[in-house]
Design a binder for this molecule. Sequence first.
Ligand SMILES: Cc1cc2nc3c(=O)[nH]c(=O)nc-3n(C[C@H](O)[C@H](O)[C@H](O)COP(=O)(O)O)c2cc1C
Length: 386
Amino acid sequence: MLTTIIYRSHLCDEIPVSVLPEMVDKASLLNARHQVTGILLFNGTHFFQILEGPEEGVVEIYARICADPRHHNVVELMRDYSPGRRFGKHGMELFDLRLHDGGSVLQAVLDRGTSRYRLTYDDRGLQFLRTFVEDREKEYYYEVPPAGLWEFIPDRDRTPVPDSSILFRPVVDPLGRRVTAMEAIPDAIPAGLQECERHRHNLSAVREALSKAGRSCPDGMTLYVSILPMTLVVIPDAVALLVSAIESAGLVPEQIILGVSETEVISRLDAFADAVRHLRQAGISLSIDNFGDGTAGLSLLAHVQPSRVRIGAGIIRDIHRSGPRQAVVQAIIRCCSALEINVIAAGVERPEEWMWLEAAGVIDFQGSLFTPEGTCVAWPEVRDAG
Ligand SMILES: Cc1cc2nc3c(=O)[nH]c(=O)nc-3n(C[C@H](O)[C@H](O)[C@H](O)COP(=O)(O)O)c2cc1C
C-alpha cells in the first residue's frame, strides 16, 4: 500500500550543514532500493521530509531516520495512504529553502512534484509542506532537550508519608519542587456486581479512602479521589454522604477534588450536571480524568466545567514524537485556559514527555517518572556534565 510519512526535525547544533550532500547521496540510494521517494526541505535549522512508497520500506527508513543522531526532536506530522506519489522522481532530493526567493519558494518546491494534477488539490500532505515553507506554526515547535539532561532523585525526607493502608499517588509540580495534591486510591470494585450495587460499593470505597486520607494527609493538602460519575447520579444522597465522610475525616470540602473518568459512560448528562451543581454547592471540586481517552471529550466540557482536567497516559505517551497528539493536547490546553481550568498530565513515564508538556504550559504531573518507587517523589535535577 502506498504510504506517506511526513515529519519535521531539528539539525543538531554540532553538525555542520556541509555533511548534508553526502548524507543525501547515501540516503537516495537506500530510498531507491526500497522504492521510496520524496523530498527533504531544510530551512537552516529544521528539516521537513515527505517519504512516500510501499509501507514496509517507508516505515523501515523512517525508523532509521528517527535513530539518526545528526538531528533531534523528530516529530511525526502525518502517516497516511494515498493512490499516488506527490514527489515520485527522486530517491531523496534536498531542497534548501534559503537558496530561494521567499515569494516564489513554495512554487519552486511544488515544481518538483510529479503529480501536478494532485498538487493543485486540497491535500493534507501539501498543506503541511506549505505551512513549513511559509514558516507558520513555528511557535509550536518545542525544542525538547535530550532525556539524559535530567536525573530523577528520590526525596524521602520531603515527601508526605501517608497511611500505608491506602494507596496514594502524589501530584507534583516538578520544577517548583512541590507536591501540589495527593491522590487517594479507593479500593477497586469487585467484578460481577449489579449496577446499583456497584455504585454503592464505589461510594463506600470513596468514603473509606477519604477517612483514611484524613488520618494521614498533611494539613490543608489538596486531596484527589476518583469516583464513578454515575455513582453521583444513581445514589440519591451521594453528595450528602460524601460531605459527611469528609467532615468526619477532619477534612474540609474545599480541599477535595472528585475525579470522574471521561472513559466511564455518563448516560444521564443532565442528572450528572445536577449532581455536579450539588458538589460545587458543598464546596467540592470536580476533575474530569483521562481526558481525551474517552468519547465525551470537548462536548462534556461544554456541559460541565470542572476545576481540573487530567489528561491521561493514553494521549500523552510519546507526545514529543507525535504531531497529532501534540495538536490535540495543545487544543485541550487552549480550551482549558480559556475556561480557567487547570490541566494535569498523568501517567508520565519519560523525561521527553514531561519536558514537552512543560513547554506547552502544563505545571502539575503524575506518573512513574516522578514516583518510580511508589509514593516517594523523585525530583528532576540537571545531570552533572562531569
Ligand atoms: C534529516 C534526515 C533525513 C534523512 N533521510 C533519509 C532518507 O530519506 N533515506 C535514508 O535512507 N536515510 C535518510 N537519512 C539517513 C538515515 O538516518 C540513515 O543514516 C541512513 O538510512 C543509513 O542507515 P544506517 O545509518 O543505519 O546505515 C536521513 C537523515 C537525516 C538526518
